[in-house]
Design a protein around this ligand. Sequence first.
Ligand code: B12
Length: 506
Amino acid sequence: MKICIISPNLSGCVSILDCGVTYLATYINERTAHRAAIWDYTFRRKDWKGYLKKKFAQDRPEVIGITFSTLYEGYVRESIDFIRTNLSRDIPIIVGGIHPTLKPKETAAIDGVDLVVLGDGEETLAETLDALEAGRSFQGIAGTVYRAKGGGLVENPKRPWIKDINALPFPNYDLWEDLDKYFYFLGQLWLIGTRGCPYNCTNCEELPLREAVPGCRYRVRDPKNYVQEIQFHYEKYKNIGLRMAHPFDPVFPLNREWTREFCSEYIKSGLHRQLPFSVFARGDTFFNQAQGVEFDEERLKWLAQAGCREIRIGIEAGSQRMRNAVHKKGVSDEQLRLSFRYLKKYGMLTIAYNMLGGPGETKAELKQTFRMNVELNPDKPIFFIYQQLTHDLSKMGLLGQDHQTASTVNPKSKKKGLVRNPRDQATIQFGEPLASAHYSKRWLMCFQGFCYSYFVGKRVLKLIFRQKHRFFINLVKYMRQGHKVGGNMKIVFAYFLGSCGDNLFS
Ligand code: B12
């Protein structure tokens, strides 16, 4: 059977190179007799319907897959409507991803959806394609939910998370026909050596995901196998713009011994001289209480020696109440201060992630976030707008009288109260803020603008000072390219400052 899996990104964000879809399609191609292709809207936003029509005629799929994250609900629905109305009334449409895993019944109720896949998709999709080919029903396919002909919901037994993620084939990014464009805009490849995360931050879906599917959610690849994968991609993509590896593991250097092994393998492979990398850590990652070490400088040193050039840390909120009581991050101001001090000592570029407008956050607390960033002085601070995703804030005790639930994310919606352009809603960069009693949505957006003006202003001056006229030439070229592919120009500009060419490393 031939399946085409859609990455329905219409948000204008140029970074949505989806690891999950890549793993899935690679598995089908390499481990089964079926065939999988990826269709990606990212650089075809202006004419995604024409693109779908063309691909449908060219590839002649027998099954359509769609990856579904909560913020992209509107794009998923639009895609299904378009396929059903214009391309095929009966081609099976299978959806999977984070949203269907957390909201299987609601997803199965969407008109036009034939099957919902929960959790890791590799084995479930393979079995589903076998069943379709043999003309069997979906009954008994573990890890799926669907609507029976009579309309009732059928919930098959759950399928546990895949145990051995080392046994999966390396994801084949050649399946993305616009890979060269991703490299142009980002210079990086997202990689994932971990599935899941051991922390319980309330802004993340990790906790509900752990509960939605049985088995062990938090799995970590063998470091040697991970380095082999990076080397495999480097050989393939070094000549088309791969300049930095970006392991997207939620807390890359979490385990001391694992980090030591990874770094030593990276050096053994020679990659430390060829391909720098960037990782996520937390403000408390380098504090090794078990060994009585106040700050585990050695772990940071290994990373630096192996070619790690950039570390990304979530400050999330300047107020400890927001960071620890609301977002349940468990990181103190002191830990953040010390971490940033050491990161600078080892010459790391620093990216700080912040979330503005969390449940119950006050104006004074938001100003603390700004001040904390001024104090820690990261090279590239990012100010996301808090997004509710699938969380039930009231059940979590986070929805007081001062916040209402988030607005709908359907881009077709003209619902009153929306202040963002509906298409912009589907990003954490510029999504619709939660309604608050402390400030208006517009105030929060202006505050975000203020934070960015301050730090972007500083960064632009620094880059102009270093690069002189080259900065402006690169900027014009990059923005023109962004406009040509229909990118969201605010996001394109952010990636210019953070990820483009020389700026990636300065
Ligand atoms: C790496 C990562 C990214 C990468 C890669 C995305 C990816 N899906 O792999 C990038 C940078 C592109 C990214 C972007 C975004 N991300 Co992100 N990301 C992650 C992270 C850290 C790991 C995801 C991961 O493990 N991927 C690896 C693969 C193997 O897992 P997977 O993606 O879940 O895919 C498997 C299954 O879901 C399933 N599956 C997926 N699609 C389909 C389709 C079909 C047809 C089938 C059958 C199965 C199937 O099979 C896959 C293989 O097993 C998670 C946090 C976490 N702890 O999970 C957040 C997370 C997924 N991201 C999140 C968000 C919000 C975003 C953005 C909206 C941010 C933005 N830019 O505005 C975008 C949306 C991108 C999208 N495609 O929808 C949220 C999603 C929450 C939600 N309810 O939807 C998460 C959970 C973090 C959080 N805050 O809770 N992200």
